[in-house]
Design a protein around this ligand. Structure first.
Ligand SMILES: [Zn+2]
Length: 211
């Protein structure tokens, strides 16, 4: 059996098991999508949002990309953010990175990963430049990359706060709080590393008027 055929077979088994546990399971979900959380995570197959947080379908709205970046020209991410914040009215946005992130490790080298990946990873190099002094003081490469994972999450949370989507919602509806988390592959534990609650002051350079 092919890998993809196994997925289809297991899907049937899963659906049947869900109905056995709770006959109205699917019927309820059809009529309701009211997640309170938007999750922006890494595409890494070892960091699935629902499993690692013990949540069920319907509880978390999810966007994932390589190294959990919030890029201000990324229409995909911005559409997800706008929909989650403006229409689903989420109360929290979580950016969750993970130690041992391949995207972070790749960005920390000088290897040419060819145009498209170089473009994407460049955003992480900008984080490195911003925190160059702190990072250069960490001699161990593994520890340095771990710290870069944390700083990257912090910067992506800050990038969220730079958007008018978040600024308008903070002003008018006093939500959502922004959280930066890092997941440890080694033991499955999530460490909160950065937080920007509603109204946290940001550099005036990025503040918009008359929202
Ligand atoms: Zn990753």
């Amino acid at each position: 059996m092919n890998v993809y055929e196994k997925l289809l077979r297991d899907n049937k088994a899963w659906a049947a098991a869900q109905i056995q546990k709770d006959p109205e399971y699917f019927e309820r979900l059809v009529h309701l999508q009211a997640p309170e959380i938007l999750w922006i995570g890494c595409s890494d197959s070892r960091v699935p949002a629902n499993q690692i947080t013990g949540t069920e379908p319907g509880e978390i709205f999810v966007h994932r990309n390589v190294a959990n970046l919030v890029v201000n020209t990324d229409v995909n991410l911005l559409a997800v953010l706008d929909f989650a914040v403006t229409y689903l009215k989420v109360k929290h946005v979580i950016v969750c990175g993970h130690y041992g992130c391949g995207g972070i490790k790749a960005a920390a080298t000088n290897i040419d990963h060819k145009p498209v990946l170089n473009m994407w990873l460049r955003n992480i190099k900008d984080v490195m430049r911003h925190y160059r002094r702190e990072l250069e003081n960490i001699p161990d490469e593994g520890e340095r990359n771990d710290r870069l994972v944390e700083l990257n999450v912090q910067e992506q949370v800050y990038n969220l706060a730079k958007t008018t989507i978040i600024q308008r919602c903070w002003l008018r509806e006093q939500r959502p709080d922004l959280h930066g988390w890092v997941y440890r592959l080694r033991d499955g534990i999530i460490k909160p590393v950065f937080e920007m609650n509603v109204g946290t002051p940001i550099d005036p350079l990025y503040k918009y008027e008359k929202l």
